[in-house]
Design a binder for this molecule. Structure first.
Ligand code: DLL
Length: 416
């Protein structure tokens, strides 16, 4: 593995240096040249890349091949300035499919299976990633995308889906809907592959009990390709990293120093094989631990624990990445003051997302109809910015508590 990683890294550094001007500049500033990287052990010499670097170079700065060699983009949610667009060559899609196929095989998937994918399709990587993995395995793939729960249940029962792929919160919601519809005995699912957001062991137990399946975790991010960077096996004790494609390091988020195995810190990925959008030492902002013990499944790939939080202010709500600044942008555009509070909770495994917003003195009214109209307008603006709907509550001027220090914008009561 180390020999393979070394060979791939050496080639990848040459490719990035030759084709990604902003990264070449970073290397020059650090005084490191491609010739200095002769082994995977030299990785620490390379500069980091972070979300802001990618945003600053939106959209093409980190693309490393000509446009005619790219066949696809995927993107993170967010406003234009906050969006990240990842480019894929056909070979990049193939290796991404391969990584997701490994996740399906690890939960017992074969070509006999019917894989029901209700991650979103489109710019989000969840649907396309698991869809490609399922094709690669040769399973019958149901490209359901998200929403329309009644139709999901109908296809799941009629086509006898055996593997479910969606966010853990949607799995919990589906389980409830299936019980309410009284069709649990018609469900043939045996496993679920759930990721894109944090979920607890308690949530795993509930989903397993309610859907009568084994529930497995999967991790990834748009910047590295999407789901399939790491995946859980039958042991269910952390996710094996596909480290022949994505090399993982744990660093101290304050100093950038690489930490020894078993330490808690920020997980950083280097893409060893992708050519369209090959990021070296990408800082994910996810807090994590890596471990290299023996696994009963026989895989020797390093394992990462479930992410334990983030070092930035990004929230993941119902699987969707949300930055408080996006909400602030909408409020300012709509003429509201930037006095708001995001309140998050998790009730019966579903995220509750409320945005409380102060009205100005001029817009304040005690007429219920007027307030409801304003709330609806704000809701649709927030929905189009975020891609998910919060419940919007307009409150009287000066009722949101002011802080003496850093404003408290988020109250997250979810226990994950
Ligand atoms: O969420 C890719 C994905 C799709 C992963 C489907 C798994 C399944 P992004 O939208 O770019 O990509 O969000 C990436 O989501 O940095 C983590 O903070 C978080 N995340 C992803 N998977 C997990 C997980 C997709 N299993 C960000 N547990 C990452 C906890 C996760 N957090």
């Amino acid at each position: 593995m180390r020999a393979l990683q070394t060979a791939r890294l050496v080639e990848q550094v040459k490719h990035v240096y030759a084709n990604v001007a902003p990264y070449r500049k970073k290397m020059q500033e650090k005084g490191v040249e491609p010739g200095d990287i002769v082994s995977i052990d030299d990785l620490w010499k390379l500069p980091f890349v972070n979300k802001d670097d990618l945003r600053d170079e939106y959209p093409y700065g980190y693309r490393a091949v000509p446009q005619e060699d790219c066949v696809r983009i995927q993107s993170t949610s967010g406003t234009t300035g906050r969006r990240i667009v990842a480019f894929y060559t056909q070979a990049d899609i193939d290796l991404w499919d391969e990584c997701c196929a490994r996740a399906i095989v690890a939960v017992g998937g074969t070509k006999e299976d019917v894989v029901h994918v209700c991650y979103g399709y489109g710019l989000f990587t969840g649907g396309p990633g698991l869809n490609g993995g399922s094709h690669r395995v040769g399973s019958l793939t149901l490209p359901m995308s998200s929403g329309n729960t009644e139709r999901q249940i109908q296809f799941m029962t009629d086509l006898e889906a055996t593997i479910l792929c969606c966010t853990p919160s949607y799995a919990a919601f589906l389980a409830e809907a299936i019980h309410e519809a009284g069709v649990i005995d018609k469900i043939k699912l045996k496993a679920g592959i759930f990721g894109a957001e944090a979920w607890s062991e308690e949530m795993r137990r509930d989903i397993e009990k309610n859907l009568r399946i084994k529930a497995y975790d999967i991790y990834g991010l748009t910047e590295t390709s999407g789901p399939g960077v790491s995946f859980e096996c039958e042991e269910q004790t952390g996710m094996h990293v596909n480290e022949d494609h994505f090399f993982a390091e744990i660093i101290d988020p304050d100093t950038g120093e690489v930490l020894p195995e078993g330490s808690k810190g920020e997980i950083v990925f280097t893409s060893l094989t992708k050519k369209g959008f090959p990021l070296l030492r990408y800082r994910t902002r996810d807090i994590c631990v890596l471990s290299r013990g023996e696994c009963s499944c026989g895989r020797t790939l390093v394992k990462m624990a479930k992410p334990m939080g983030r070092t930035d202010d990004m929230l993941i709500i119902r699987g969707v990445n949300v930055f408080p600044s996006q909400i602030e942008t909408v409020l300012l555009n709509q003429g509201y003051p930037a006095n708001y509070l995001i309140v998050l909770d998790r009730v019966r495994h579903t995220d509750i997302f409320e945005v409380q917003v102060e009205m100005t003195d001029e817009m304040f009214s005690d007429e219920v109809k007027f307030i409801e109209k304003k709330e609806d307008e704000l809701l649709s603006a927030l929905k189009s910015m975020l891609g998910i709907s919060p419940s919007v509550k307009l409150v009287a001027p000066r009722t949101i508590a002011r802080s003496e220090g850093k404003a408290i914008r988020v109250i997250d009561k979810r226990k994950i």
